[in-house]
Design a protein around this ligand. Sequence first.
Ligand code: CA
Ligand code: CA
Ligand code: CA
Length: 276
Amino acid sequence: MSTHRPSRSRRLALLAVVAVAGIAAPSVAAANTPATTDTNRPTAVQALDDTYYQDAMGKSGPELKAALHTIISDQTKVSYDEVWDALKSTDEDPDNPSNVILLYSGRSQSKDASGGNPDDWNREHVWAKSHGDFGTATGPGTDLHHLRPTNVTVNSIRGNKDFDNGGQDVPDASGNRTDDDSFEPRDQVKGDVARMILYMAVRYDGGDGFADLEPNDNVDNGSAPHIGRLSVLKEWSAEDPPDAFEKNRNQVIYDSFQHNRNPFIDHPEWVDSIWK
Ligand SMILES: [Ca+2]
Ligand SMILES: [Ca+2]
Ligand SMILES: [Ca+2]
């Protein structure tokens, strides 16, 4: 597959096509969806509601989760080796196209400084791959929606810990904290982490030989296909709504790599609709 990232004008043109199609030819299903009262919703998301999310609109709870599972499971998959180049696009520093932004430390670092040395960046599985034991075979272990560049040392400190508040400051990653059984990312990416975990829960329901991933409210989940703590992740999602960087990487994954979306970046309110 191509790892070429379309220019911004190309991506805007694609969105415009979607927008025009959505306005000019509403389908029967869209016409049956209750009209939105949110007149402030950006045009791009409105266009997605009329197209990509059409079968989810008007649903809530388990019905919404099931509809989203079907929608986002229609995707292209990348290999673990292709993840390196993909992350150079999805996590590119908007102020320096030679660099990526590292998830936990927030550091801007050369795209070329990847590998296994302590100060390199590598491929962090935000849904730790041991939780459900999916490894790096093409599937959940190579899904760009939860893979992020991180400092090798910080990645190792996070390990496969569940997420929760509390602990000691993480060296070289200001604002992150950890203790024996959990990891707390810095405030700026708390919501990003929550929405990545919840994407994985909706996307992976036990098909294709992989475990049914689901959040729970525990720490110390070990190799069980669960990540906690759900109540804390819900708080983080509310406290840190999607910003331009997170929205852009969702769009780049959609346009250039997997052609599926993280619904919780487009519709953060769906978190509370599915997990009460
Ligand atoms: Ca803890
Ligand atoms: Ca954020
Ligand atoms: Ca699931």
